[in-house]
Design a protein around this ligand. Structure first.
Ligand SMILES: N[C@@H](CCC(=O)N[C@@H](CS)C(=O)NCC(=O)O)C(=O)O
Length: 224
């Protein structure tokens, strides 16, 4: 329930899934008031604290300056901690946060593979991507299994780890296709039944219906 003391937010990003999708999901799951800004680019670049997006603005509720933060992972963790999607227990939280950091390596391997020019570099980059991505899928599928295969990575309700894993696969299958044609066909066969179950569990969460509907239903694109 949104109360007057609950801050409202502005999420500044491009009109893309990308690094903002987990943030959109967290803001939506938190049931806070938020809006999105899509700045003119590159005209607005110099006006961003770090020169890049996303930026999150938490509107002040007491007349003090608005709270402005950058870096997608930092924004996610700030919201996840504030609204109870990361546990207060540091060890339990670290187990969730490492999911996101492992994803960053997969993403970096995708970028390197997209930039390789010579056949030799392409082959090496593809091998490295396969290794990193397959390990990521194996580790996270095992985590879901170890948690009873209920569609959650940890515990029995929507968590930060569920949100970032869902947003990541969604980017790979829906969001990045226009930047790296073929990425969806590469990723889809690798997605395991455990991860498919997590995807459908996240998409069935009534708290998320608004944002899932807007950016597309992944369950309809990936099936066992
Ligand atoms: N480490 C940053 C990376 C941010 C980033 O790469 N932003 C891109 C969009 S996904 C951007 O602002 N690109 C435009 C530019 O750099 O001018 C984060 O995680 O937020």
């Amino acid at each position: 329930m949104v109360t007057t003391s609950t801050p409202s937010y502005i999420l500044r990003y491009f009109n893309l899934l990308g690094l903002a999708e987990s943030i959109r999901l967290l803001l939506t799951a938190a049931n806070v008031e938020w809006t999105e800004e899509h700045p003119e680019w590159p005209q607005e670049k110099p006006n961003q604290p770090f020169g890049r997006l996303p930026v999150l603005i938490e509107k002040s509720t007491d007349g003090s300056p608005d709270f402005v933060i950058c870096e997608s992972g930092n924004i996610e963790r700030y919201l996840a901690r504030t609204y109870g999607f990361l546990p207060a227990d540091l060890k339990k939280a670290a187990l969730q946060e490492q999911v996101r950091d492992q994803m960053a390596d997969v993403l970096a391997a995708f970028v390197v593979s997209g930039r390789a020019i010579s056949d030799e570099d392409k082959k090496a980059a593809q091998k490295s991507l396969d290794e990193i991505f397959d390990k990521f899928i194996a580790v996270q599928s095992k985590n879901i299994q170890n948690n009873g295969n209920t569609g959650h990575l940890f515990g029995d309700s929507l968590s930060y780890a569920d949100i970032v894993l869902y947003a990541f696969i969604k980017n790979m299958v829906i969001g990045f296709e226009k930047f790296k044609p073929g990425v969806s066909d590469y990723v889809k066969p690798k997605v395991t039944p455990e991860i498919i179950k997590l995807i459908s569990t996240v998409e069935a969460d009534p708290k998320l219906a608004k944002v899932v509907l807007k950016s597309g239903n992944l369950s309809e694109v990936i099936t066992v």
